[in-house]
Ligand binder design. Structure first.
Ligand code: NDP
Ligand code: GDP
Length: 344
């Protein structure tokens, strides 16, 4: 009989790629989504799988609903990808972020404890938990120091998953994933903001890209590679914690330069920090400006992951390089803008 997987956050970037992967592996996939008047399954549609996923209404804030969903679906594996995932918003909505990203996980684990302790559980943890990094590169043994309500909430979720593993012998895995991007990434995250805005600038639909801190560095990989790592964690005999990362770090400014090059611009920088301007050498046009209002109250300046454990125990390695990722995202957004289908 086909294995049953319940994926929360199915309308998001990772939800879409993970659904595709598990469908290819022959799973019966239940996609848990937050019901609203305008629930958007556009990412599943972009991957051509929206009809193959069984939809289940779900909210991280509602214990009774989570319990009923787990009871009804009787999944073999649960991938909890649902979250308020945007760091900037977590400074504006810290209480909500804690309710969803932290307590939501306890609600889930309690439901599993009551329905079936054998259910395997994957928790979407994050390199944001390292925050003000205490060692470089960061691996599973690096101490945490989150720098946002999002990071703090996710750290609670990480530890409660570890706690249920230790307390009840549950198969809980915490995937500490460094930033991963794709043409399906939300438009508010910096990589997609850059590629979608540059595509609009290129087509004359926008004057320039406006950014905050361009000096922050991230270890950026491709989301399609990372969902494969999630699945591999869940297939292990025991639940455990694993870092998934590329082992390369780049600044936001470097991402801009490379993306601009793929879009046919060449950036000449003027000024620095919150007074930085990027001018296209060929046309003399300003294509980027920084805005101090887009800086965060506390920043994660630098992230660089070490995925040795995942490589050795899961046989996981990222396949798409930084250059390939940037090119893939720019090309996809240029294509979407030219077809008039880029959502803004
Ligand atoms: P997205 O923001 O694209 O997707 C988040 C999903 O969570 C959406 O489907 C959203 O639904 C859903 N959601 C939000 N709030 C609730 C709620 N209260 N109840 C039910 N569903 C809810 O995130 P990604 O796909 O990029 O990331 C997946 C997970 O991995 C997240 O938990 C994220 O924090 C984590 N993560 C992501 C990283 C990355 O670089 N992408 C790095 C490390 C961790 P709706 O469409 O209704 O908003
Ligand atoms: P995060 O690592 O989960 O916070 O992912 P983001 O893509 O939201 O941000 C990555 C980095 O880009 C952070 O250091 C941000 O401060 C920086 N950044 C600079 N300008 C912007 C911007 O306009 N939007 C976002 N989202 N991030 C920006």
């Amino acid at each position: 009989m086909a294995k049953r997987a319940l994926i929360t956050g199915v309308t998001g970037q990772d939800g879409a790629y993970l659904c595709k992967l598990l469908l290819e592996k022959g799973y019966k996939v239940y996609g848990a989504y937050r019901r609203s008047a305008s629930a958007d399954f556009g990412r599943l549609a972009e991957l051509g799988i929206e009809k193959e996923v069984e939809r289940v209404a779900f909210d991280l804030l509602e214990s009774t609903n989570i319990h009923r969903v787990v009871d009804k679906v009787q999944p073999d594996e649960i991938y909890n990808l649902a979250a308020q995932s945007f760091v900037t918003l977590s400074f504006e909505q810290p209480v909500y972020t804690g309710e969803a990203d932290a307590l939501g996980v306890t609600r889930f684990l309690e439901a599993i404890r009551m329905v079936n302790l054998q259910t395997k559980f994957y928790q979407a943890s994050t390199s944001e938990m390292f925050g003000m990094v205490q060692a470089t590169p960061q691996n599973e043994n690096t101490p945490f120091h989150p720098r946002s309500p999002y990071g703090v909430a996710k750290l609670y979720a990480h530890w409660i998953s570890v706690n249920y593993r230790e307390s009840y012998g549950m198969h809980c895995s915490s995937g500490i994933l460094f930033n991963h991007e794709s043409p399906l990434r939300g438009l508010e995250f910096v990589t997609r903001k850059i590629t979608s805005s540059l595509a609009r600038v290129k087509h004359g639909l926008q004057d320039y890209v406006e950014l905050g801190n361009t000096e922050a560095k991230r270890d950026w990989g491709f989301a399609g590679d990372y969902v494969e790592g999630m699945w591999r964690m869940v297939q292990q005999p025991e639940g455990d914690d694993y870092v998934l990362a590329t082992g390369e770090t780049h600044s936001v400014g470097e991402f801009v330069e490379l993306a601009a090059k793929h879009a046919g611009f060449e950036v000449d920088w003027r000024g620095s920090g919150d007074n930085l301007t990027g001018i296209d050498k060929k046309s003399g046009k300003t294509i980027l400006k920084t805005n101090p209002e887009l800086y965060r109250p506390a920043e994660v300046d630098f992230l660089l992951g070490d995925c040795t454990k995942a490589r050795e125990k899961l046989g996981w390695v990222p396949k798409v390089s930084f250059e390939e990722l940037v090119a893939m995202m720019v090309e996809a957004d240029l294509d979407k803008v030219s077809r008039g289908v880029l959502r803004t």
